[in-house]
Design a protein around this ligand. Structure first.
Ligand SMILES: Cc1cc2nc3c(=O)[nH]c(=O)nc-3n(C[C@H](O)[C@H](O)[C@H](O)COP(=O)(O)OP(=O)(O)OC[C@H]3O[C@@H](n4cnc5c(N)ncnc54)[C@H](O)[C@@H]3O)c2cc1C
Length: 415
């Protein structure tokens, strides 16, 4: 969000987040980026102590009762030391917390949301399976009823916090024969119930988040741990796409921001042909392009957050959030490349963190639904919306008819 749009309270959140980021020791950041630290527990504990997890949770459950417009400010700032800092904080404090805020019972909020907000317990979200992430409702993890419990069997892949998290929000089939809207339930599973971490991935970027494959081998989960309704995962999944995509879009704006700052400083000092290279338009125009892109992302995402906060129609929000995710991730990826390009060879080395930022950002076009899936959602909602508009009437001018031969029926052939 732009500073001029922020309230005093929002500026305070930004400054609190900046203060937290300023106080992360350099060695800690390097250890996270090199996977020496597998999961940034100390950082997350500090977020909890500073009441920066679960901003949107009601105050009685340890949150601040704020909105998405506030959360995206926090997510941007926490992305500055690296995408995975904001990601791990967001998964527990914005995404899993949101499932509890949205669909949890009072008992579930007391038991899980409160410690998440305090930074005493950390949560992971388990949707993707080895057999596929995009085809989500084809999931095979099974939860079979056994008295008052469910027995969970299956595995989930690429789970941030798979190593390190204490709680797992797991989607599993409870009605495998039912149609996709009625086949799955969402469970809150505690690690102590028997969740096993089988494999921690070697990643191109986004390291240090404990991204792992987790398995459930006859894990017994009480029915009280179903979040929402039995077989009601469809609604929760649809809802969760909003926090996942809003938060992950905001965090990468923060991740790429330092790349522009570094490129600006470097090109103001580096000389070639007797002048600083920012005097060459081929260089400074690339920086200008990067600035336009980051500002466009900020502007667009603020509007998306406002739409969600306003309680606009869910399908409309889903489209906007998907647009925001695709647009932001592609722009930020371009920005990291532009910044690398103006730095020449040194940008490709670890003398500057541009290469790490670029590696981090590549992931953003793949996770929380690939950008192809974003296009799938956007076109679907857009066509639906237009069909509805045509069916119900519109107060907009029909410009199709404002041309000379508009009524040549023999030319308007569609089949
Ligand atoms: C580092 C990392 C962290 C992650 N964190 C988490 C996490 O915490 N929790 C979690 O649940 N998941 C997580 N994911 C998983 C991520 O969301 C999935 O990888 C992603 O949704 C894609 O699923 P997939 O890898 O199975 O690819 P697939 O679904 O197999 O897709 C492969 C390709 O086919 C394309 N494709 C598939 N179907 C269609 C279609 N209908 N139309 C057009 N193109 C299509 C995709 O766009 C993609 O290009 C993470 C992934 C990574 C790499």
């Amino acid at each position: 969000m732009f500073e001029f749009m922020m309230t005093e309270e929002q500026k305070k959140i930004r400054d609190e987040a900046r203060d937290l980021v300023m106080n992360i020791p350099r060695e800690y950041i390097l250890d996270v980026h090199s996977d020496k630290i597998k999961y940034p527990r100390e950082f997350l504990e500090e977020c909890g102590k500073r009441n920066l997890l679960g901003l949107r949770a009601p105050k009685e459950y340890g949150g601040r009762g704020l909105k998405w417009e506030d959360q995206i400010i926090l997510a941007e700032e926490l992305g500055v030391p690296g995408m995975i800092f904001s990601c791990t904080a967001g998964v527990t404090g914005a995404v899993v917390a949101d499932a509890l805020i949205h669909a949890g019972t009072n008992e579930q909020k007391q038991k899980y949301l409160l410690p998440i907000c305090k930074g005493e317990k950390f949560a992971a979200e388990c949707l993707t399976e080895p057999r596929g992430g995009s085809d989500f409702f084809g999931s095979t993890t099974l939860a079979k009823k056994d008295g008052g419990d469910f027995i969970l069997n299956g595995q989930k892949r690429f789970i941030v916090g798979g190593e390190g998290a204490d709680l797992f929000l797991v989607y599993a089939k409870t009605n495998p024969q039912g149609n996709s809207r009625e086949s799955m339930s969402v469970f809150m599973v505690e690690r102590e119930m028997g969740v096993k971490t089988e494999y921690v991935y070697g990643l191109m970027g986004g390291r240090g988040g404990g991204t792992a494959r987790v398995t459930f081998d006859n894990v017994r989960v009480p029915k009280e741990n179903i979040i929402g309704e039995l077989n009601g995962a469809y609604d929760i999944f649809n809802h969760m796409m909003i926090p996942e995509r809003l938060d992950s879009s905001a965090m990468i704006i923060g991740t790429v921001r330092p790349a522009i700052e570094i490129a600006t400083d470097y090109t103001s000092k580096r000389k070639a042909f007797g002048r600083t290279i920012n005097k060459f338009q081929a260089v400074s125009f690339k920086v200008a392009e990067a600035v336009i892109k980051i500002d466009s992302c900020r502007g667009f995402l603020s509007s998306v957050a406002k739409a969600v906060d306003s309680g606009a129609e869910p399908a409309y929000c889903r489209r906007l959030v998907s647009e925001g995710k695709k647009f932001t991730t592609e722009q930020c990826w371009d920005i990291s490349n532009l910044c690398m390009q103006v730095m020449g060879g040194i940008g490709y080395t670890d003398i500057y963190p541009i290469e790490r930022i670029l590696r981090d950002l590549r992931l953003s076009m793949i996770w929380v639904g690939t950008n192809e899936i974003m296009s799938l959602i956007i076109q679907h909602e857009w066509y639906q919306n237009r069909a509805h508009e045509l069916a119900t009437g519109t107060n907009k001018r029909i410009v199709e008819l404002d041309c000379i031969s508009a009524f040549e029926k023999d030319e308007k052939i569609y089949e």
